[in-house]
Design a protein around this ligand. Structure first.
Ligand code: S3P
Length: 452
């Protein structure tokens, strides 16, 4: 079984690019697959999650050609032949693997098609709540059976039919739920409205707009008139800020470090990690800011500094939900207390990320108190190496590899194949950074991002 073997480094001097954004790659596979015409998607994330969504669209009749691959992983440039909104019935159940995003977005899309199909996933995904998409889609007239052992969980049998538009106020701030309802709304006659309790990532709205589908935004309400067909276009996926977050924390917390991360997505619904790290004292500068295909992006320059604790604001939580495991690591390295509350959602991610983070931090000598909706970390205790579990959760595996860069002795993170669900090439970057730190002149960082 694969594992990370990590030793402390004294400083991080590197330039790197992280692979394409996971959220946008899922949406690119779906929206380009629905579009009228052919779309060239560049810097697609060839992670297991996004490949499962691409294969799901292929099972529904979408064909594509691979133009460039990340060796050993999958396509990073592909031409997708859109089906002008007309999908066909998959021949067998669709495997969504580990991906909540894939399953929830596809549930919205497939509920509105004139055929029956089934979505299933791995053990983790089969225990995550699907009622949050089944409820609004049922209000639209969808017929979805949750067949899992756990109530309201996958597999999902979807009896596609024609749907009615609704106005839906989401009880939880979830971009996945918002996107599922909007994708279903594309196939309804009339206006579908989703009202979010707090701002969530808006890649679906931006990408639909980029593909020529009009959406309206008014405060926290998003409206879309059904019957619009996305128009094919080329789309370049920026680097994933949630993957960059691991290196942002590593470099920020290590005085004397300098790191440049190129071509990172800087959508304001995703950049709270930068705000929080700056509040903790991190020196982060955005250089070469630009915007491409409706998404802001730029390079991040990070210089190491001594960090101090902070409080995460409730409104920030949906914006940095995926970064909380590595923020907790930053908090353990900072002086003073860091308070993370209003984050109960963490309990229904790939693992219960409150418990898995708390347990692993304690195993390394961190001081942390667990709450139902978060944790309080008292930083400044020296971390020591330990043998840790990833619990099959990619973000836990990577967050604790970063912790190992600061710990005395050796840190082993077990069961790390899961990182391929979001960051293919992470272990190459980790090895390169450790090698660079031990002999800076001998090693050139590999890049896993390609420019066409
Ligand atoms: C995602 C939304 C977030 C995030 C997930 C990706 C998306 O989930 O945790 O990794 O692509 O829409 P929720 O919106 O359900 O909180």
């Amino acid at each position: 079984m694969s594992h990370f073997q990590v030793k402390a480094i004294q400083s991080l001097q590197a330039e790197l690019s992280v692979p394409g954004d996971k959220s946008m790659s899922h949406r690119a596979a779906i929206i380009a697959g629905l579009a009228d015409g052919d779309s060239l998607i560049r810097n697609f994330l060839p992670s297991e999650d996004c490949l499962n969504t691409l294969h799901a669209m292929a099972a529904a009749g979408v064909s594509y050609e691979v133009l460039e691959e990340m060796v050993g992983f999958g396509p990073i440039a592909l031409r997708i032949h859109g089906r002008k909104g007309k999908l066909q019935a998959p021949q067998k159940p669709i495997d969504c693997g580990n991906s909540g995003t894939g399953m929830r977005l596809l549930a919205g899309l497939l509920a509105a098609q004139p055929f029956e199909c089934e979505l299933f996933g791995d053990e983790s995904l089969s225990s995550r709540p699907m009622g949050r998409v089944i409820n609004p889609l049922s209000q639209m007239g969808a017929k979805i059976d949750a067949l899992g052992e756990k109530t309201g969980c996958a597999p999902l049998r979807i009896h596609g039919c024609s749907l009615q538009p609704i106005s839906y106020t989401m009880p939880v701030a979830s971009a996945q739920v918002k996107s599922a309802v909007l994708l279903a709304g594309l196939f309804c006659e009339g206006v579908t409205t989703v009202i979010q309790p707090a701002e969530t990532r808006d890649h679906t709205e931006r990408m639909l707009e980029a593909f020529g589908v009009q959406t309206q935004r008014e405060g926290q309400a998003i409206r879309l008139t059904g019957g619009q067909t996305p128009q094919a276009r080329d789309f370049r996926v920026p680097g994933d800020i949630s993957s960059a977050a691991f290196w942002i924390v590593a470099a920020s917390a290590m005085p004397g470090s300098r790191l440049l991360i190129r071509h990172v997505g800087l959508n304001p619904t995703r950049t709270a990690i930068v705000d929080v790290m700056r509040r903790m004292g991190a020196k982060i500068t955005v250089v070469n800011a630009s915007s491409q295909d409706g998404e802001p992006m730029g390079d991040l320059e990070i210089c190491g500094a001594a960090l101090s604790g902070t409080e995460i604001f409730p409104a920030e939580v949906p914006n940095l939900i995926d970064e909380i495991p590595v923020i907790a690591v930053a908090a353990a390295l900072a002086s003073g207390k860091t308070v993370i509350r209003n984050a109960k959602e963490l309990r229904v991610k790939e693992t219960d990320r409150i418990t898995t983070v708390v347990n692993n931090l304690r195993s390394m000598g961190g001081e942390v108190e667990e709450f139902e909706d978060g944790m309080e970390i008292t930083g400044g205790h020296a971390l020591h190496g330990a043998t840790l579990q990833s619990f099959g959760d990619h973000r836990i595996a990577m967050a604790f590899a970063i912790a190992g860069l600061f710990a005395s002795g050796e840190t082993i993170v077990e069961n790390t194949a899961c990182v391929n669900t979001s960051y293919p090439g992470f272990s190459r970057h980790l090895d390169a950074i450790m090698a660079e730190a031990s002999d800076a002149s001998a090693y050139e960082l590999p890049t896993v991002s390609h420019t066409l």
